[in-house]
Design a binder for this molecule. Structure first.
Ligand code: FAD
Length: 497
């Protein structure tokens, strides 16, 4: 008869699986989001993601209220009650069952979250709800295909991307990207009783009220409206994505990753649009759809192989002895701070630190540099990205790091090692990106920007007397030596095989 929809990584009011199923099944539906203290507690106090979520919730609350308004009972409207979002702060394992009991619902609806911690949390919530006689129904929403939907001929999960992609594309049909219609059923969104949220009180707490500080300007516009603006902009460029996506100095990618992470955009909508354009012959859309398939791929890897959290996907790679001690620590700090002496690596790390975003090509370059030039455990880089990325997603981040470390499924072979100088020459030839984030080198001629320690003294002098070691670091390692060390380090894997 009545239901509660628990929003998590799906902060939108359109094309929403759990909301649709609740609206179809129940006469009265309420919506809730919980700021989960177990997730928030370890975060830095000025965290862009928390600010992004908060802004998105304000918009979601207003959108739900607006959807419900036409059908709101007269007595609710006159007493000032609205439909919208109930927001709680604390531990959802207690708060969701308590709210379900207070509202007297028979069922709670949510979308799948396949991260191991989320699975454990949901199992506990399910148990507590069941003690109250309340059901927890969950649906796929975050990816196009999940769990066991795309399997090999003998029903096992894929560990290699290309055959997975082919099977994924073969399975796709319009049904899987069809939107869940919300508006026609929105009259079932019920006014929030005053005992649950006092009338007139703001429903979304301020950052201060949940123990956070303002992190300053969000470089990604939040909420469904922010996602739509980015999508509109990208659709005018999508046909050239295959040619532009590798060059960090130009606007090539969609910048939608944070919205995909928090569900302020629907992946079905994006996949449907890309698929349509691809069928009309767009090579850019085809390449972009493949990126969305990588996203599904890593989610199903995490689901089938949860040991990848903390361990190599290929277990024999856990035998590698990573660099440690004072020198390794100094190298790690230089990498984090964008002070390695390799301009492209430094520009990328500064982009991450300053904006919470890093271009995909540069995620590969910086990850490879940390692991294969500095010999540092990929898990330390993974954790640093997890702390800084606005779009941090456990499945994609872990997959990306294991790919770069050659420890993962379908990773690059360990003997193929990115050269940070040639990557720089190839993907930022005029140094447009480097100059933006490493302004101390901006006056160097293009050719000298990629490895300034090899620059002619006249070039350095002409560039307003740039002195390496004073104005910008000398390289902290030599790539060729580091490469040899890495090959030796990884040999243990072969020896033990
Ligand atoms: P676009 O190029 O426009 O791609 C569209 C979407 O496809 C992205 O928004 C993303 O959802 C998905 N996507 C693209 N590439 C990948 C990929 N390789 N794996 C999985 N999904 C992909 N992506 C994250 O969303 N969160 C992360 O924490 C993350 N960490 C990464 C760490 C490393 C070391 C590497 C190499 C990659 C990582 N990626 C991660 C993947 C990728 O770099 C980002 O998704 C992309 O840069 C986001 O920018 P965009 O939205 O403009 O991408």
């Amino acid at each position: 008869e009545s239901a509660l929809v628990w929003f998590r990584r799906d902060l939108r009011s359109h094309d929403h699986a759990a909301l649709f199923h609740a609206l179809k099944a129940a006469r009265k539906v309420w919506c809730v989001f919980v700021f989960d203290d177990t997730i928030l507690a370890p975060l830095p106090r000025a965290d862009r993601r928390v600010a992004f979520i908060r802004e998105s919730l304000v918009e979601l609350d207003a959108a739900l209220a607006e959807l419900a308004a036409p059908a709101l009972p007269a007595h609710a409207a006159t007493s000032g009650q609205h439909a919208g979002l109930i927001v709680r702060h604390g531990n959802p394992v207690q708060l969701i069952p308590a709210l379900a009991a207070q509202l007297g619902v028979q069922a709670v609806y949510a979308n799948h979250d396949d991260e191991p911690d989320a699975q454990a949390r949901d199992a506990r919530v399910r148990g507590k709800l069941s003690d109250l006689g309340v059901a927890l129904y969950t649906s796929k929403d975050h990816v196009v295909f999940e769990r066991n939907e795309v399997l090999t001929g003998n029903d096992s999960p894929y560990g290699v991307f290309t055959p997975y992609k082919n099977a994924w594309l073969k399975k796709l049909d319009p049904f899987y990207v069809k939107p869940y219609p919300i508006a026609p059923h929105a009259g079932r969104l019920a006014p929030i009783p005053p005992a649950v949220c006092p009338i007139g009180a703001p429903r979304v707490p301020t950052l201060g009220e949940i123990g956070f500080e303002d992190p300053g300007e969000l470089k990604v516009p939040p909420g469904m409206r922010g996602a739509q603006a980015l999508l509109d902009d990208f659709l005018s460029r999508i046909d050239r994505y295959d040619e532009t996506r590798d060059f960090p100095g130009i606007k090539g990618p969609s910048y939608l990753s944070t919205h995909l992470r928090f569900g302020t955009v629907s992946v079905r909508q994006l996949a449907g649009l890309a698929w349509e354009r691809m069928q009309a012959g767009s090579a850019g859309a085809q390449t972009w759809l493949a990126e969305l398939i990588w996203r599904d791929f890593y989610h199903q890897i995490l689901h089938h192989h949860p040991h990848v959290v903390g361990h190599a996907y290929k277990r024999e790679y856990d035998r590698i002895k990573w660099a440690h001690g004072a020198k390794a620590e100094a190298h790690f700090q230089a990498w984090c701070g964008g002070r390695t002496g390799y301009p492209l690596v430094d520009a990328a790390m500064r982009q991450l630190n300053q904006t919470g975003y890093m271009h995909n090509r540069l995620r590969m370059v910086t990850a490879s540099f940390l692991i294969k030039d500095l010999g540092i455990d990929w898990r330390r880089g993974e954790a640093y990205f997890a702390e800084k990325l606005l779009d941090f997603d456990l499945a994609a981040n872990n997959g990306g790091w294991q790919w770069a470390a050659s420890t993962g499924c379908d990773a690059q072979p360990y003997f193929r090692i990115f050269n940070p100088i040639s990557q720089s020459e190839k993907f930022d030839p005029q140094g447009r990106f480097i100059r933006r984030y490493v302004p101390e080198l901006a006056a160097l001629p293009d050719a000298a920007l990629h490895a300034p320690w090899l620059a002619r003294p006249a070039d350095l002098a002409a560039a307003q007397d740039v002195v390496l070691g004073r104005d910008y670091p000398e390289p902290i390692v030599q790539h060729d030596e580091a490469r040899a060390e890495t090959l030796a380090r990884y040999a243990v894997v072969k020896e033990g095989a």
